[in-house]
Design a protein around this ligand. Structure first.
Ligand SMILES: [Zn+2]
Length: 272
């Protein structure tokens, strides 16, 4: 699914109106890339803090799609979370002691003795919609948090410079295939291309490890898991609701946040 032209146009207009603060797109061409704009400075929780502790227990992962109002003809209006709702959900997390980290940071704690904040949460964004850059990046930055971008390697709404700005802010880039196929329907060659090929593309394009994978529409089976493992991924996220656990690295649960979830639904998901 894609944003309608109207919504995309609004997002582009918004980004333009924000001028230099919206990241690489608006920078004058002569500006040296060695002086980072505020948008390019890594956020606080991108790397472990001194007060974090070792932790190997379950961690909630949230799943967002589009931030903004659903257009009338949207095929899946529930996948749109309004910006006020998203803003309130992030504030609720902060007020209740949650701190967002990347999935890589969670895995460092799970498998390699790393540390986490007292109430860790991973906030993931699927597919690559423009508001994930224009809105989620600054909103998470306000809290000092990185997110996880589960990016389709081709055909997302994000410019390469948007993704680069998110990575510079400490976000994790994870693969969400090349063209968002249902992986359980593919033959071996196509499966390898979507799973391992997307990782090769993203690593080449952005120069980051791409350690995790996200199943399109949450669809997977044992053949798909084997392909994900063979491609060298550390973990993979599903749409099975619940807390993610270290003993199921390729079946990591996520709470899907929908238009109807609100703060009450989020609090319910997290047991608050
Ligand atoms: Zn998706």
């Amino acid at each position: 699914m894609a944003l309608t032209a109207a919504v995309a146009a609004v997002a582009v207009a918004l980004a333009a109106s924000l001028g230099g603060s919206s990241g690489g797109d608006a920078q004058p061409s002569g500006k040296p890339s060695t002086s980072p704009t505020p948008a390019e400075v890594e956020v606080r929780n991108a790397t472990p803090r001194p007060d974090w502790k070792p932790y190997t227990g379950p961690v909630p992962i949230l799943e967002y799609h589009v931030l903004g109002p659903a257009p009338e003809d949207a095929p899946y209006p529930e996948l749109y979370v309004t910006r006020p709702d998203f803003h309130r959900q992030m504030d609720w997390l902060d007020e209740n002691g949650f701190e967002a980290v990347t999935l890589e940071t969670v895995q460092d704690a799970w498998y390699r003795g790393g540390t986490l904040p007292a109430k860790p949460v991973v906030i993931s964004f699927d597919d690559g919609y423009r508001p994930q850059f224009t809105y989620a990046l600054p909103e998470l930055r306000r809290h000092g948090w990185p997110g996880v971008l589960n990016l389709k390697a081709e055909g997302s709404d994000l410019y390469e410079s948007n993704v680069e700005a998110m990575i510079a802010a400490g976000w994790e880039l994870a693969s969400h295939t090349i063209d968002h196929s249902d992986l359980t329907t593919l033959g071996a060659t196509e499966l390898e291309e979507e799973v391992a090929g997307s990782r090769r593309m993203l690593r080449r394009e952005y120069g980051v490890p791409v350690k995790n994978f996200c199943y399109p529409a949450g669809q997977f089976d044992s053949t798909v898991i084997a392909a994900v493992e063979a491609a060298g991924y550390t973990g993979a996220t599903t749409e099975i609701p619940g807390y993610a656990k270290s003993n199921a690295p390729y079946e990591l649960a996520r709470f899907e946040i929908l238009g109807s979830t609100g703060v009450t639904g989020l609090a319910g998901d997290l047991g608050g």
